[in-house]
Design a protein around this ligand. Structure first.
Ligand code: SF4
Length: 222
């Protein structure tokens, strides 16, 4: 019964290859302000912000980095203080010991191998201590060179609801999205889903009646 309902819904909205561009266009028109919410001025600040954003909100990270980035301006600055001092300075972002260790390790590697600069390639970024694929994807996309599609909790939920993937594992979802979403949209696409997920397609109670994707979504509850 449930199965045939899903099948019917998929037939109603049509194949995902035909829906993906209208989905992107409508979300772009709807969320003109979609973009990274973290505040930074340099590539190093971007990398540190994204590393700090694990398991906490962007608002919280911005509150901490507002002061942090006045004190720590270059990679060397993170290594010039005792580790306990950096831990204290990022305490409010949670998991502060782990994050301080990762940031110091990453800064040391930037200095040793990249002349203090942030590398652009995903393969290089994921070799930095404490930098996972999602962090690397966010950083590369913000630096103007997206090489993958960021999959967070909103991207996962919306991709599933919109019938763009049948998977649950972020790596497999990313693979599906890379095949489906034209490369020039890889950078903006996750932001569009994240903002739509926060404002309209909310986890517990999606607001389908207010959704611009209503006729393109096999999960619409209307
Ligand atoms: S129609 Fe409903 S389930 Fe589909 S994307 Fe919009 S809010 Fe989410």
């Amino acid at each position: 019964m449930a199965r045939s309902f899903v099948g019917e819904a998929r037939k109603r909205v049509g194949p995902k290859r035909e829906r993906i561009l209208p989905i992107i266009e409508r979300l772009r028109a709807e969320h003109t302000d979609a973009g990274i919410a973290l505040r930074f001025r340099t590539d190093v600040e971007l990398l540190v912000s994204v590393m700090l954003s694990a398991q906490t909100t962007d608002v919280n990270v911005n509150r901490v980095t507002e002061h942090l980035f006045e004190k720590y301006r270059r990679p060397e600055d993170y290594l010039a203080v005792p580790k306990e001092e950096l831990e204290q300075d990022i305490y409010a972002t949670g998991f502060f010991r782990q994050k301080a260790k990762a940031i110091r390790g990453t800064m040391a590697m930037l200095i040793e191998e990249y002349d203090g600069r942030v590398p652009r390639r995903i393969e290089e970024l994921v070799c930095l201590p404490g930098v996972a694929r999602k962090t690397a994807n966010v950083v590369a996309a913000e630096l103007g060179e997206p090489q993958g599609v960021v999959v967070d909790t909103h991207v996962r939920r919306l991709s599933q609801r919109l019938g763009l993937t049948r998977h649950d594992d972020p790596v497999k979802i990313e693979r599906d999205l890379q095949r489906l979403v034209p490369r020039e949209h890889w950078g903006i696409f996750p932001h569009l889903l994240i903002w739509h997920g926060r404002r309209v397609c909310i986890a517990r109670a999606p607001r389908c009646l207010d959704c611009v994707l209503l006729d393109l979504c096999p999960s619409s509850r209307v």
